[in-house]
Design a protein around this ligand. Structure first.
Ligand code: ATP
Ligand code: MG
Length: 245
């Protein structure tokens, strides 16, 4: 038990969730390392949503609402940290949710499928029983996509995606939105919209924005998307990091 008055309570709580996901068998050991890297960036960001991230989220939500087949891709880390928040975002943007694991094993996929069911979300894609397609001719395990989900998706939200997979999705012509605390990662550089924030803050804020934008017309959403410049926004995100006390 982490005492509530611990100065690093929130951070330790997240670390605990990630550790438990590993012990429960649905998060790979490298997922814990990825979390540690994220913690460092978050610390330097002041563990708050910076204005650049808020701007990126507006463009991201507008893109999801304008999309024909929006999909939210989930892995072990996202499941451990924000399962209910992802389900809420899917509902508020009419997106499908698809499991996509860097180290895909049947056991991990089954465990994540069951967790989403237990949290009230029945029709997750990318399960072991789903009809998975490959993006490239080679049957690369990193290239799988559900035929009803990522394979036909036009806009995909990838919280914590790996650079190789992001590249593959881009090559397949998808519009990519990432949530990645590292503005210098290949994923952040490769994405069309990069939200430099922690998934635990970004996903609920995106749901809030979706309810705000739900009744706006298409022109309003298009203007937000067209006015957004990811290169500029990434520079602003980078400027938000503090390396002095
Ligand atoms: P890339 O493959 O894109 O170059 P990488 O190899 O440096 O990135 P990965 O291990 O592939 O990194 O992906 C983990 C990424 O997720 C890291 O950039 C890390 O900062 C980020 N990250 C970890 N935890 C969180 C979190 N809770 N919210 C947002 N981002 C996170
Ligand atoms: Mg990587």
């Amino acid at each position: 038990m982490i005492p509530k008055n611990h100065p690093r309570y929130e951070s330790l709580l997240l670390r605990d969730k990630v550790k438990n996901a590993f012990l429960d068998g649905y998060l790979a050991d490298s997922g814990m390392i990825a979390h540690g890297r994220g913690e460092t960036f978050d610390y330097l960001l002041g563990e708050k949503t910076v204005p650049a991230a808020e701007e990126a989220m507006k463009a991201a939500v507008a893109s999801l609402l304008l999309a024909e087949h929006p999909v939210l891709s989930v892995n072990g880390n996202t499941t451990a940290l924000a399962i209910d928040e992802v389900i809420e975002l899917a509902k508020s943007t009419d997106s499908r949710i698809e499991i996509n694991l860097f180290y895909r094993t049947e056991e991990r996929v089954d465990k994540i499928t069951k967790l989403f069911k237990d949290h009230g979300y029945e029709d997750i894609l990318g399960t072991n029983y789903d009809d998975l397609y490959y993006f490239d001719k080679i049957t690369n395990p990193r290239a799988t996509a559900s035929r009803q989900g990522i394979y036909i998706a036009d806009v995909i939200l990838v919280p914590l995606e790996d650079g190789d997979r992001a590249e593959l999705l881009k090559e397949a012509g998808k519009k990519i939105i990432c949530i990645d605390l590292n503005p210098l990662s290949r994923t952040s550089k490769m994405s069309d919209i990069s939200i430099v924030d922690n998934v635990v803050r970004a996903i609920p804020e995106m749901t809030r924005l979706a309810s705000e934008y739900k009744n706006k017309d298409e022109d309003f959403l298009l203007k937000i998307v067209n006015d957004f410049n990811n290169g500029e926004n990434l520079k602003d995100s980078l400027d938000s990091f503090k390396i002095k006390e």
